[in-house]
Design a protein around this ligand. Sequence first.
Ligand SMILES: NC(=O)C1=CN([C@@H]2O[C@H](COP(=O)(O)OP(=O)(O)OC[C@H]3O[C@@H](n4cnc5c(N)ncnc54)[C@H](OP(=O)(O)O)[C@@H]3O)[C@@H](O)[C@H]2O)C=CC1
Ligand SMILES: Nc1nc(=O)c2c([nH]1)NC[C@@H]1CN(c3ccc(C(=O)N[C@@H](CCC(=O)O)C(=O)O)cc3)C=[N+]21
Length: 299
Amino acid sequence: MAASIIDGKAFAATVREKVAGHVARLKEENDITPGLAVVLVGEDPASEVYVAAKHKNTVAAGMASFEHKLPADASEEELFALIDQLNADPKVHGILCQFPVPDHLNERRVVARIDPSKDVDGLSVVNAGLLASGEKGLVSCTPLGCLMLLRDQVGNMSGKNAVVIGRSNLFGKPMAQLLLQESCTVTIAHSRTQDLAAVCRRADILVAAVGRAEMVKGDWVKPGATVIDVGISRIPHPEKPGKTKLLGDVDFAEAAEVASAITPVPGGVGPMTIACLLANTVTACCRANGLTEPEGLTA
Ligand SMILES: NC(=O)C1=CN([C@@H]2O[C@H](COP(=O)(O)OP(=O)(O)OC[C@H]3O[C@@H](n4cnc5c(N)ncnc54)[C@H](OP(=O)(O)O)[C@@H]3O)[C@@H](O)[C@H]2O)C=CC1
Ligand SMILES: Nc1nc(=O)c2c([nH]1)NC[C@@H]1CN(c3ccc(C(=O)N[C@@H](CCC(=O)O)C(=O)O)cc3)C=[N+]21
């Protein structure tokens, strides 16, 4: 195998340590504890796992964690009343509503209800607009985590060809904006892209966020490229009956023969998402209190 494997799990641990250091300083010097509120509507088992992991990591970093669970049939009015209460609560600096929400609720309307200065998911039109304009806002956690990995791995990205597969508001669009800010030449590919393999082969930096297991083959990868695999598909485990296995969007074994560096799934981008959620909460807390924000934890 030629490629070095980017250890997102270890990198995320260093980000969480940095966050914990800032949190300790905020407490000592300013008597402020950053607080993160996570809202979960309904009982999706995967979401329960993520929310529990967020709670655990928030507490471990010394921050306050507020969990709010609403029943699956909660009305928009009930959810909005909770969000309004969290918007007004000075102990809450970050608010995240776990997605997907049940079908009768609308994700865009939910996001729009959250105070943009507390929108640690970076999903509001205000934060998306600030990012697109090159101004300071809150950046979606997963793209921010990928940026941190790329800065560490590649260093100066200026002039490099970057290809992002996927154009969602949650990931593809903000990732492309961040790469543009790093002065990459950015291509955003999606389901209508013609000859995706050829587009990918031009990429010095290839970021895949589709959700189709092992779609990106070894011969789609430019020799020496850096490959970031965001996709997560859960498939039945081939050897252990009743268990599941996580697969990324990239055929790891094939791509690792060609790339210079690659993130694995699991243990690559995933752990960075939660670390960046904590980082965004500290950033939001510092801004809310007019304090200098932490260095190295923002875009
Ligand atoms: N590791 C982590 O922390 C996170 C992982 N994820 C994972 O990343 C993946 C993407 O997430 P998200 O952006 O929310 O997903 P979406 O479903 O919102 O977006 C998927 C994108 O992939 C594109 N696409 C679909 N099929 C193809 C194809 N055959 N060829 C090229 N492009 C295609 C779609 O194109 P079109 O727009 O034309 O439909 C769309 O833009 C998922 O697997 C998700 O689980 C997401 C967030 C966090
Ligand atoms: N409002 C909102 N914001 C999100 O950011 C958001 C969301 N809703 N809904 C679901 C997706 C998905 N997501 C992940 C977080 C951590 C891992 C993660 O830690 N993954 C581990 C493995 C975890 C496992 O084993 O299941 C890894 O890849 O190593 C993955 C995916 C955040 N999302």
